[in-house]
Write a protein that binds this ligand. Structure first.
Ligand SMILES: Cc1cc2nc3c(=O)[nH]c(=O)nc-3n(C[C@H](O)[C@H](O)[C@H](O)COP(=O)(O)OP(=O)(O)OC[C@H]3O[C@@H](n4cnc5c(N)ncnc54)[C@H](O)[C@@H]3O)c2cc1C
Length: 554
């Protein structure tokens, strides 16, 4: 059997390696357009930033090493330009002319290309994408040659990593994002934390505005933004998104949806004996059902492995799971991560949900180095099914998001998190881990023990309710909701009449700094027969959602 694989990086090479491990007799040919295979695309930003010093560290394998260890026939400089499904052949363009190759099974793993929006002047030689080893080397060369000013267009994961890398190298870096905040899949309250960290490490963030032109000057380019502002740039990184690199295959009759190859649960395309994996394919979101490509390395690698199984062990091959899109990024000293659906995706899918905000310490508060993890968890209304989670913090974010990703994948409801036995000693966690606390709050909200109100509803709440702030007077003085009544939670039981008088016929909406003290106060009020709810995430979340301008400040 001859298996031909198009694309020799994440999905393609994973498929090739697994195929060999399953079948010593198969002929396995990998055709790669570029000069390198099996390179560490995820490491490219860290080479630009200098943390990975040596370019060769990015080249995980070479055609020679793959030949030696796995007997793979890896051909770089082979750009597949045509597929003939009837004759079961592919045509590859090489420096020495076109070659034609027959296949028994064809695996398409062509990945994605950087999107190129219609911006005047985008053809400048100072504009680079960051997709290949050559791209990263070219950017690093520009840095080493003395570039001082950088503009990064697009603040998705790669754009944020590129901006961090360039700032780390000492360049004055501006990050431009058309969406209202950086890392658009993050909720507003999380995005603002990332924006603050980018500012702290010296990256200027211009969100809510697009680049409209790049003017070429002799000494550098000028990036012109939609609001008329201009930024000088010795280099520009274009990272406004990707699109599946599938034109050749769509032309050959492989069914695509908005450019992404449609596959079944075993990676089979619409064409017999042709499979596809990775960034080039469309998959259904397991939470919302929305169909979209997921451009992440883990799903591509795992799908590659499973497609090899589907080709060589079709009777026992496991289906390719629908990816949750779990992702993580370092931003300065902070880490931001997410899994499952966000608020916008849930609203678009018409799924009723509520949101939990928590700000627990990542490990015991008394142990040196304790810091807050800011957590957002979306839970389905009614049955408490976990739908999505996001976290930002200095430490411990990866562990919590991975546990939550596992729980979502397992189809758990939020209360099941209470029972998780997670590793604990003071330097690592808490006897009630942040994940256990998500479960406790989720259960309390689900059964009505705790009732939440949200920062997004501040205007309607202040118009119709008494806002009761149960922080200390000193905290209250640092900024509070206008017209809020301040009674510290420790005094509340003795001052309930004062609350009743101030509220009159209105409900009481309680708040504190992070939501812990206000939950206690809420229980006091509710058990006293007062219509009460507690602000989800407290002042920390409120500030991140509505900003300082909505507060009465000292
Ligand atoms: C800078 C950067 C950082 C990233 N960081 C992360 C991260 O931290 N975490 C994460 O999960 N994901 C990350 N990703 C995304 C991840 O790398 C991709 O999701 C993953 O590589 C996709 O695998 P793939 O096999 O579908 O495509 P790729 O790995 O992109 O491989 C596709 C290959 O196919 C080749 N090809 C395309 N068309 C043809 C053709 N017609 N003929 C021959 N060859 C062809 C291309 O040259 C390319 O080498 C990052 C990506 C980049 C660019």
């Amino acid at each position: 059997m001859r298996i031909v694989i198009v694309g020799g990086v994440a999905g393609g090479m994973s498929c090739a390696a697994r195929a060999r491990r399953l079948d010593e007799s198969a002929e396995i040919v990998v055709l790669e357009r570029g000069e390198h295979v099996s390179f560490a695309n995820c490491g490219l930003p860290y080479f630009v930033g200098g943390e990975i010093a040596d370019r060769d560290a990015l080249l995980v394998q070479t055609p020679a090493s793959l030949k030696a260890s796995l007997d793979l026939d890896v051909r770089t400089g082979h750009d597949v330009v045509a597929v003939d499904p009837a004759g079961k052949t592919v045509t590859a363009r090489t420096a020495d002319g076109d070659i034609e190759l027959g296949y028994d099974a064809l695996v398409l793993a062509p990945g994605a290309q950087a999107a190129r929006p219609p911006i005047d002047g985008l053809d400048s030689s100072r504009v680079r994408t960051l997709r290949t080893v050559d791209d990263a080397v070219a950017l690093r060369d520009q840095v080493d040659a003395g570039a001082r000013r950088a503009v990064v267009l697009g603040a998705g994961f790669i754009g944020v990593e590129a901006a961090e890398a360039l700032a780390h190298q000492g360049l004055h870096t501006t990050l431009v994002e058309y969406a209202p905040h950086v890392l658009p899949p993050l909720e507003t309250e999380m995005g603002s934390l990332v924006t603050a960290e980018l500012a702290r490490i010296g990256v200027e963030v211009r969100a809510g505005v697009a680049a409209v032109a790049i003017e070429h000057e002799r000494e550098g380019d000028v990036v012109v933004l939609g609001d008329g502002s201009r930024r000088d740039a010795d280099l520009v990184v274009l990272s406004v998104g990707v699109r599946p690199d599938t034109a050749v295959f769509e032309t050959a009759g492989v069914a695509c949806e908005r450019g992404a190859i449609v596959v079944d649960a075993h990676g089979r395309t619409s064409v017999p004996d042709v499979y596809a994996v990775g960034d080039a394919t469309v998959s259904a979101d397991p939470v919302t059902g929305a169909r979209r490509p997921v451009a992440l390395a883990g799903p591509a690698n795992r799908a590659g492995r499973l497609v090899a199984d589907a080709i060589l062990r079709p009777d026992t091959a496991r289906p390719i799971p629908q990816p949750l899109g779990t992702a993580i990024v370092r931003v300065g000293a902070q880490t931001a991560a997410l899994t499952g659906a966000n608020r916008a995706a849930l609203e678009a899918a018409g799924i009723a949900f509520h949101t939990l905000h928590l700000h627990p310490a990542q490990h015991a508060g008394y142990f040196p180095g304790a810091s807050q993890i800011h957590l957002v968890v979306h839970v389905r209304a009614g049955d408490g099914l976990l739908l999505g989670a996001q976290a930002v913090g200095l430490d411990g974010v990866d562990k919590r998001i991975d546990v939550l990703a596992t729980a979502i994948r397992a189809g758990w409801t939020v209360d099941a998190l209470i029972d998780l036995d997670l590793a604990y000693s003071p330097p690592y966690g808490a006897a009630k881990d942040p994940v256990n606390m998500v479960g406790m709050l989720g259960e309390n909200v689900g059964n009505g023990t705790v009732r939440l109100w949200y920062a997004q509803d501040l205007d309607s709440v202040t118009a119709s309710s008494l806002v009761l702030d149960v922080r200390t007077p000193e905290e209250f003085a640092t900024g509070h909701v206008p017209a809020a009544l301040n009674i510290p939670h420790t005094q509340l039981r003795a001052r309930l009449d004062e609350v009743r008088r101030a509220a009159g016929a209105r409900p009481v909406r309680v708040m504190c700094q992070s939501g812990v003290r206000s939950a206690i106060a809420h229980r006091v009020l509710a058990q006293a027969g007062i219509d009460s709810a507690t602000l989800s995430g407290g002042m920390l979340t409120l500030r991140a959602v509505v900003g300082e301008q909505a507060l009465a400040l000292p």
